[in-house]
Design a protein around this ligand. Structure first.
Ligand code: G3P
Ligand code: CA
Length: 283
């Protein structure tokens, strides 16, 4: 009886190991064999946040290494007015601290561990500033900068514009926000800059008039992949606009976006499906 149990257990362990190997191989093959997908750009969401702690140097390095076209990142202001890269307005979820980002000075934020919550191997990751990101990545990869809650940080657009002033070629830089008026202002401050609008679910049925107004200053109108439809993408394209969708986490949603004809995909994994998978989905 004991031997039978042991054999069953060994079989089960063997099966789990085989499945794990298959899964690892599967994931790896995505990374190793990307296909050209009709010019769609790949955006590493909060860096390659599927592989490293979001919005950290490690995640941005990984996005670059995986061949993403852009790094996406989120901005807040510290207590002493520095542009810092973090998604939430509180530090609790991604660091070992607690409370609002805006209650910490930059020096205090730098003392926090921004990596261990993802994995202990990343314990040395720190919150970085927009200046630091530009110093390390500008020119090597595009930057898609999201201003979070601009109404909480009056003057944040001017601060972003001041950083951008140091760089003459902004063709690979995009600034985006859910706050339409903030992006209108960003466009006025830096007319050469491409701005993007992040749309809430309710916007999946925008009127032509609204799209025309938004397209007058925004290069991109971006949607959550679950809230978008082909009609709205076609409409935006007809006004000369472009569409990025976030955040694709699997082949099925990447395929959906591909078939809708979006201009780019914001993904945690910076992976493209294999050619035959695209072909299968197209049939
Ligand atoms: O880039 C779009 C996407 O980042 C917006 O959602 O919550 O990930 O910032 P969130
Ligand atoms: Ca974001």
């Amino acid at each position: 009886m004991g031997k039978l149990k042991n054999r069953k257990l060994m079989k089960l362990i063997g099966l789990v190991c085989a499945c794990t190997l298959l899964l690892v191989g599967y994931k790896e093959s995505y990374i190793m064999e990307p296909v050209e997908m009709g010019g769609m750009v790949s955006v590493a969401h909060r860096g390659a946040s599927g592989y490293a702690p979001e919005n950290t140097h490690a995640a941005f390095r990984k996005g670059l290494e995986l061949g993403a076209d852009f790094l996406e990142l989120d901005l807040h202001l510290s207590k002493d007015g520095e542009l810092v890269i973090i998604h939430d307005d509180k530090v609790d979820r991604t660091t070992n601290g607690n409370g609002f980002v805006s209650d910490y000075t930059l020096a205090e934020l730098k003392n926090l561990d921004a990596g261990s919550k993802f994995h202990k191997n990343f314990k040395d990751e720190r919150i970085i500033t927009l200046d630091e990101l530009f110093s390390d990545f500008y020119g090597q990869i595009g930057l898609l900068i999201e201003i979070k809650k601009p109404s909480k940080y009056p003057g944040i657009e001017e601060k972003v514009a001041a950083v951008l002033e140091n760089y003459s070629d902004l063709s690979s830089v995009i600034v985006q926000s859910f706050d339409i008026e903030s992006m209108r202002k960003m466009h006025q401050l830096v007319p050469d800059l491409q701005v993007a609008l992040l749309m809430k679910r309710s916007a999946s049925q925008l009127s032509s008039k609204k799209i025309e107004d938004l397209s007058s200053f925004a290069t991109f109108i971006n949607f959550n992949i679950s809230h978008v439809n082909k009609h709205i993408i076609d409409q935006i394209h007809s006004f000369g606009g472009k569409v990025l969708v976030w955040s694709a986490k699997d082949v099925r949603s990447i395929n959906k976006a591909y078939q809708y004809g979006v201009d780019g995909i914001i993904t945690d994994f910076s992976i493209w499906p294999l050619e035959d998978e695209i072909f299968i989905a197209k049939e």
